[in-house]
Design a binder for this molecule. Sequence first.
Ligand SMILES: [Zn+2]
Length: 271
Amino acid sequence: MSTELTTTFDYASLPAKTATSLQKRAAAILSHEYKGLGLLIAQGKELKAAQDELSDHHDGMFCKWVDSTCPFAKSSAYKLMAVYRRLGGSCPPGGQPIPILPKAAYLLSEESTPEGAVKEAVSLAKKGVQVTHPIVKKLIENLTVPESDEDEDECEDDPEEAEEEASEPQKDQLGNPLPDHAVEVFAAEGLLDEAICAIDTLRRAVNAAADSAAGKFIKRRIIVSELREMKKDIKAAQPYCICPKCSGERCTFCWETGVVPQRVYKQTMED
Ligand SMILES: [Zn+2]
């Protein structure tokens, strides 16, 4: 069947040298010399070379050649070339085969896959680990920022909120009047906001570094998730109401401030 397909491409319209070369490439693509990843890379390499050889000819010539000579669709041809581009260096055709399964190889070759994931997958495979699609997904996840991070910035000043706070500093969040020392506690809350802003700034710096060519090995996901925990800790400490144990008179429970955060207030009420 493959021989029959080969004849439908009009090699006569090409210079003799190009025609002969392309026929050899078609034969190499159909050969069973390689298996697994080695086969994908060998096919991708031939396809890329054929595309280069046909680059001087009018549009669509390469696609026509793929349609009439290759046992797969054009979309697969582009995927195979991507596999060759991404993995051909680590696993040259004819070299020592490495155990990366085809579905995993295609995912590794996608444009959006970070180079770090490719390096880690190759390194695992070279240690003898069979690299599967789920393993590659995990590697990519570890190197990609969760989408929710994009809008978690809280550094922008909200003038309305600031005004509201300034006009009503004498009561806690439950509406209880504050003793003077407790007013001071609420007034110092801005320092917590500053710390949160500093973490946001740090997170942006880490992301920028990880996006740069020098930062591919930064463990972005881990760092970003720890920064998020730090922010949570600080937010959970924000002054909420007067201490329910001492009614704001200051005791050991409220660290002698007369004020507790919401989480502590709720716990106390549940006990
Ligand atoms: Zn207290």
